[in-house]
Unconditional design. Structure first.
Length: 268
């Protein structure tokens, strides 16, 4: 910060305070002369400083005399006032965000076909987590293999935390794994996390050999597909996100068939 204006003071208030620091104490006329604040504005500036607790006023004689509080006290008081102001603004934003989300959702068009893609492991994870965080009703995770670029013991717990956050938002989460992925997940995810997930009523886990590849079905209308590198199938090329209800319905139907015949996991 370069000046007290960064903490909310006007230019005249800042100059008046600095002028009083140079004087020690002084009248309004003294402060105006020292700070080069116009005489017609000095009383407003001193009044603003007084309301913020940055000057003390000796009013038992005329003309009044003003003395600045110490700089450390002045800055602390301004920072605390700014903190309270920001907290109030955050509360206002938090209280209004649900209404804004609903209004924006109402503006969505019926024909919302769209696709996007991310290339590389890091960008693919960012895209996946973004779409998981956007889920509002249901989330299906199908995983049969893991890219050699990912560390299961690192990404696995992060993914599970995202799923638990979705459950807390009221999203139903269904996870279908291959036996190999299930074994890897048990090693990567600590027991407390696993037990917490299994205890959620909106979380279901099954294991099957009847699926291939990794994909994520979001709210029954959006699909994230992991795309393998054609020259190195064990490496992830990218993530393709398709928002197409027709395609999502086909994926959902195929998932439902595999889900019905899969083995239910009730505890870990």
């Amino acid at each position: 910060m370069e000046s007290l204006r960064d903490l909310g003071l006007s230019s005249y208030e800042d100059r008046a305070y600095r002028g009083l620091l140079a004087l020690g104490t002084g009248t309004a006329a003294d402060a105006a002369a020292e700070s080069d604040v116009p005489k017609g504005r000095i009383y407003d500036a001193l009044g603003g400083l007084e309301s913020r607790g940055l000057v003390r006023v000796q009013g038992d004689r005329e003309p009044k005399r003003y003395a600045p509080v110490e700089p450390a006290v002045a800055v602390d008081r301004l920072v605390e006032a700014k903190r309270r102001e920001l907290e109030r603004r955050i509360e206002t934003y938090e209280s209004g965000k649900r209404e804004l989300i609903d209004r924006l959702a109402d503006a969505e068009t019926a024909d919302d076909r769209f696709w996007t893609a991310a290339v590389g492991a890091d960008d693919s994870l960012d895209l996946l987590f973004e779409r998981i965080d956007a889920a509002s009703e249901s989330l299906v995770v199908v995983a049969t293999e893991v890219s050699s670029q990912f560390e299961v013991d690192r990404e696995g717990p992060v993914l599970l935390d995202r799923l638990l956050s979705a459950i807390r938002r009221g999203v139903d989460v269904s996870v279908l794994l291959s036996p190999a992925m299930f074994d890897d997940a048990l090693v990567a995810i600590d027991e407390d996390h696993a037990v917490l997930a299994m205890a959620q009523g909106a979380f279901a886990l099954r294991v099957t050999d009847d699926v291939y590849g990794n994909f994520y079905l979001i709210d029954g209308e959006e699909v994230c597909l992991e795309v393998s590198d054609p020259l190195a199938p064990d490496r992830l090329f990218g993530m393709l996100d398709l928002r197409d209800r027709g395609f999502a319905t086909r994926v959902s139907d195929g998932f439902a068939d595999a889900w019905e015949s899969a083995d239910v996991v009730e505890e870990v």
